[in-house]
Design a protein around this ligand. Structure first.
Ligand SMILES: Nc1nc2c(c(=O)[nH]1)N[C@H]1C(S)=C(S)[C@@H](COP(=O)(O)O)O[C@H]1N2
Ligand SMILES: [Mo]
Length: 309
């Protein structure tokens, strides 16, 4: 990406430096809301603004922050879309991410300590929910690959499992006992090492709000949104393919791979197009959510797998 910057909420007070030095022009724009405006234009204008080409061009207008942060899927709180006020009860610090399973270096990582070790970057990414809505969001975070390297998986490890926090005292959705809590998702090690697999701690130039999966969430921009686990507390390396939350519940409808493909319909609806949060416009859905150049190679030898649900 263009600029590797530490945002204010990721710094000790003692190491804070003046905004102009730490954040550069791009962040200064973000702070005034001009970043969203510039990214809403063509990638050419984003290029002029930032002085370089985006690694993952968003190719769409950035979704208004109020829409991306008020229309959420977060079943631990509710099966409705309005979870903002309830989610504020989830403390965002202290936060520990456990690395365990088939690794040489198991660890309990304090989030603030972890954020000092990784290379933070900004990415504007498209998100496609399996339900047929989509958003385009500016995130801050770091590549999952950095965490995989830290864990140092053993040769027999083949999959990575992400577990979300489950706090019954705070999360009323957990009382819906027919769901297989805690929320768990997974991928292959090759997918986790792909440059597009991201861990986000910032959104719209601020900490990721609790309702969007703060303080740390996974992003698989080329897969349906349910793969992108929120509020991750544990990352486990294993030799067995995990059965994830939605797959346990509805194996005919939600699979392990869940790559976006407009030509493979969900059993109950078409996946050919998607509705953009904010504008409400309907646009065609793209294979791998438009990120095929970065990820399609991961699947070339997996023709017998059900890659698209
Ligand atoms: N822990 C957890 N993670 C989750 C979910 C959830 O219910 N619980 N919902 C998923 C689904 S279906 C989607 S579309 C995205 C929604 O992310 P957003 O609310 O930030 O838009 O989060 C995903 N991650
Ligand atoms: Mo979703």
């Amino acid at each position: 990406m263009l600029i590797r910057v530490r945002k204010g909420w990721e710094l000790d007070e003692g190491s804070a430096v003046p905004e102009a030095i730490a954040f550069g022009r791009r962040h200064a724009l973000a702070a005034t809301g001009a970043l969203a405006a510039s990214l809403a234009g063509s990638s050419a204008s984003a290029e002029q603004t930032t002085g370089a080409k985006e690694r993952f061009p968003p190719e769409r207008a950035v979704t208004p922050e109020k829409d991306a942060s008020s229309y959420n899927n977060y079943y631990e709180f509710s099966s409705g879309k309005s979870v903002t006020s309830q989610a504020q009860r989830l403390p965002q610090r202290p936060w520990t991410v456990q690395l365990d399973g088939l690794v040489e270096s198991p660890a309990s990582l304090d989030l603030d300590a972890l954020l000092k070790k990784v290379s933070l970057e900004d990415r504007v990414l498209r998100h496609r929910c399996v339900e047929g809505w989509a958003m385009t969001v500016p995130w801050t975070g770091f590549p999952m690959a950095e965490l995989v390297r830290m864990a140092d998986p053993k040769p027999e490890a083949r999959y990575v499992v992400f577990e979300s926090i489950a706090e019954p005292a705070i999360m009323p959705g957990l009382r819906q006992v027919w769901y297989p809590w805690p929320y768990r998702e997974g991928c292959t090690i090759a997918e986790a090492m792909n440059e597009m697999c991201f861990l986000a701690t910032g959104m719209y130039g601020k900490p990721v709000p609790a309702q969007n999966g703060g303080p740390i969430r996974v992003l698989f921009p080329w897969k349906y949104g349910f793969k992108s686990s929120k509020a991750v507390v544990k990352i486990t390396f294993t030799d067995r393919r995990p059965v994830s939350f939605w797959e346990k519940l509805q194996p005919q409808e939600y699979g392990f791979w869940a790559n976006v493909n407009p030509e493979v319909a969900h059993p109950r609806w078409s996946q050919a197009s998607e509705r953009l949060l904010g504008s409400g416009d309907r646009v065609p859905t793209r294979l791998y959510n438009g990120y095929g150049e970065f990820v399609a190679h991961l699947y070339k030898d997996l023709a017998t797998e059900k890659l698209y649900f």
